[in-house]
Design a protein around this ligand. Structure first.
Ligand code: NDP
Length: 331
């Protein structure tokens, strides 16, 4: 079997040389374990943080050890009572062709509802991030105007569509290309702009108009966050989901220089980690199934083929090569 190891820790932008494709034997199954042939794996921005040797809410990847992350696959062999060969499962041992793990750490998924890869995105943690961040963290309510950055990405594109489905007054998105902006309008965003076209603050103020915005779902940080603080209405709420503009820089970020505006506007800024909202997974799954069925929400996926191309897919993800969820197909 093949797996991808972390060969060295990236400084700034990751490069191909930080990764190594390694051949390893598939271990014998122990009682309770299953052998899974992975068919798809997720690459996610949070993995960049795990490549640094720092303590965070997930432990860092270890040098010369396989990376891990979300994956789906087919059970080939089972010594677990819970799973049988042929089952399609979701688990946490991506970045490899074959995974051996405890049956209790793999969850059977229903591929009659959606293809397996959707459980890495819209029907999985990506979807929960969008839903919980919007409704629980930012306390979205009907009639709110919502701005979301990274809007053509996996989380962002769902945030905008979920907000519309829940009765947003208007939804505004920002993304990194004209093609992505066009896609956002197709997905039902009321306004969208390319943040490369000019200062975010000016473009956001123009898109928001006199009505301003009530909720900002932040995937980007930096100038996007500063712009949102300027444009937010009184009692506005910010869900701090990610700060991808800072993940690969080696300079110290400049803060939102206008943070003091939060006082007079009585803003709420709240960070969150999706896994802390697991208690809403069932509520979300039921709603999402309905929205997908009714066509109120649709999800994009960008596929890259082959385990050997997973490191590049990860690098390209952070450079914006994806529309919707970036997924690496295996086997
Ligand atoms: P995406 O699918 O959104 O992919 C990342 C996107 O970020 C790229 O496509 C790129 O699009 C954009 N991007 C890269 N650099 C910049 C930049 N300097 N400024 C603006 N945009 C940039 O990934 P996800 O949907 O998986 O994740 C989105 C965010 O949510 C990330 O910040 C991630 O860390 C966070 N997250 C947080 C979770 C939590 O529990 N808090 C859980 C999951 C994700 P473009 O072409 O538009 O630049």
């Amino acid at each position: 079997s093949r797996e991808i190891h972390l060969a060295s820790r990236p400084e700034g932008w990751p490069v191909d040389g930080n990764f190594r494709l390694t051949e390893v034997p598939v271990p014998e199954l122990q009682d309770g374990q299953v052998l899974v042939r992975n068919t798809a794996m997720s690459v996610d921005p949070y993995m960049r943080g795990r490549m640094n040797d720092v303590k965070s809410y997930v432990p860092p990847f270890q040098l010369d050890q396989p990376l891990d992350g979300g994956a789906v696959g087919e059970v080939i062999e089972s010594r677990s009572d819970a799973l049988k060969p042929g089952d399609t499962v979701l688990h946490g041992l991506g970045w490899r062709d074959y995974a051996v793990l405890d049956g209790a750490r793999a969850r059977r998924i229903d591929t009659s509802l959606a293809p397996a890869s959707a459980y890495l995105g819209a029907l999985g943690l990506t979807g929960l991030t969008a839903y919980a961040g919007l409704t629980k963290v930012a306390e979205f309510k009907e009639g709110d105007t919502v701005f979301v950055s990274g809007a053509a990405g996996a989380v962002g594109s769902l945030v905008g569509q979920i907000a519309k489905a829940l009765g947003a007054r208007r939804v505004i998105g920002s993304a990194g290309s004209a093609e992505k902006v066009e896609r956002l309008l197709e997905l039902g965003f009321d306004a969208a702009f390319n943040y490369h076209d000019g200062p975010v603050k000016e473009q956001l103020a123009q898109a928001a108009g006199a009505e301003g915005i009530d909720v900002y779902f932040d995937n980007v940080g930096g100038d996007h966050l500063e712009a949102a603080i300027s444009v937010l209405n009184k009692f506005g709420r910010i869900a701090m989901c990610g700060a991808i503009s800072q993940y690969n820089t080696t300079e110290k970020p400049t803060g939102p220089r206008n943070l003091a505006l939060a006082i007079g506007k009585e803003l709420t800024l709240r960070g969150f980690i999706a896994s802390s909202y697991n208690q809403y997974a069932d509520e979300f799954a039921a709603l999402m199934a309905g929205w997908l069925r009714d066509g109120q929400v649709s999800y994009d996926e960008t596929f890259v083929d082959g385990l050997e191309n997973a490191p590049q897919a990860f690098i390209d993800l952070m450079k914006g090569a994806n529309k919707g969820k970036m997924v690496v197909r295996l086997g």
